[in-house]
Design a protein around this ligand. Structure first.
Ligand code: ADP
Ligand code: MG
Length: 323
């Protein structure tokens, strides 16, 4: 007899173990009962992963579980929020216990690391796997990092090395070959992104605007510019590129990948010049690099230049589901 929906929930989804003090009632009733701190704003975000759109249906379920939470924690990081709770809507084509056990292992390993408790959700049958996860976090009032605070003269920074996930995707589609030494690295960057939570929290009071990069650095930076007004000047030869990227692609292709490929889940943010020294002192202790890549300009538009000042041309800005 196939396992019932309720046994699946009890056996796997309700088995995290972590018990936060601000969860009065978790999985098992009609709703969860939660105790948000009175002195903080509640920060809420939701992302959906669809099989064969956002992940390969035969991908490692642990990685899918990790990524479903990681992409949401990345949004919280981009707001400077501290994560707390998650809810999960799962649509599955079959009750595959082995798949669900491994999915939960990946999900809970990351959740435990960031003290995130899964407090509820919904489980349904459907033609293809769809995973919708909502994450909740807190930020002190007025301290959230928003997209609309960048001003001309602010310096633009990025964490980590954008383009690595795009490299892994290009390799998976047979568009490029990645040497054995770099293949596992690129795959891990695609399948196991590390949400930049500590960086986001540290940027409170320092960054004037922030976004996490899900659809390509150039496009996501443009979202900051649209919200803030103004434009930007980016020095493309100063972009932080991983050895995996530069060893696999020629220089210009590596730059284009770093600027336009999605799934990086790094933070792109702006800092007023009077606070850049403070930022750089903080970033020295981070477990990822943090690189100044350009400057916010008063004139609208994204201008890309090489080190010698000549223009760098991009065909398209980034990923668009409907583009
Ligand atoms: P209801 O029918 O009242 O909405 P369900 O039978 O769907 O309740 O769910 C029972 C309990 O299991 C609820 O507490 C719900 O939040 C939880 N739950 C169901 N599916 C999931 C899931 N995918 N992840 C986490 N919790 C879940
Ligand atoms: Mg109910």
């Amino acid at each position: 007899m196939p396992i019932s929906e309720f046994s699946l929930i009890d056996r796997y989804l309700a088995a995290q173990g972590l018990q936060r003090a601000d969860v009065a009632l978790g999985i098992g009733d009609d709703c969860a009962l939660l105790l948000p701190p009175a002195d903080q704003q509640l920060v809420v975000t939701l992302d959906t992963l669809v099989a064969d759109v956002h992940f390969f249906a035969d991908a490692d379920p642990e990685s899918i579980g990790h990524k479903a939470l990681a992409v949401n924690l990345s949004d919280l990081a981009a707001m400077g929020a501290t994560p707390a709770w998650a809810t999960l809507a799962l649509t599955l084509p079959k009750a595959d216990e082995e798949w669900l056990a491994r999915f939960c292992r990946g999900l809970f390993a990351l959740a435990d690391r960031y003290d995130v408790q899964l407090v509820g959700g919904d489980t349904t049958h459907g033609p293809t796997t769809v995973i919708t996860l909502q994450a909740h976090g807190f930020v002190p009032p007025g301290q959230a990092l928003r997209r609309d605070g960048a001003r001309p003269g602010d310096e633009i920074y990025v964490t980590g090395t954008p383009g690595d996930a795009g490299l892994a995707l290009a390799a998976a589609y047979g568009k490029t070959t990645v040497g054995a030494a770099y293949h596992a690295y690129a795959r891990a960057r695609l399948e196991r992104p590390e949400p930049r939570i500590a960086q986001g929290v540290a940027l409170r009071g320092i960054a004037s605007a922030a976004i996490d990069i899900s659809d390509g650095l150039a496009q996501d930076l443009c979202h900051i510019l649209e919200r803030s007004g103004g434009g930007a000047l980016l020095e493309v030869e100063g972009l932080p590129l991983s050895s995996a990227l530069t060893a696999s692609l020629d220089r210009d292709a590596a730059i284009i990948t770093a600027l336009t490929s999605g799934d990086d889940y790094e933070l792109c943010f702006t800092v007023p010049p009077e606070r850049t020294a403070q930022l750089e002192a903080l970033a020295a202790d981070w477990d990822c690099c943090c690189t100044r890549i350009g400057i916010v300009a008063a004139e609208p538009g994204l201008r890309l230049i090489r080190a010698d000042g000549s223009a760098f041309h991009l065909e398209r800005l980034g990923y668009d589901h409907f583009g």
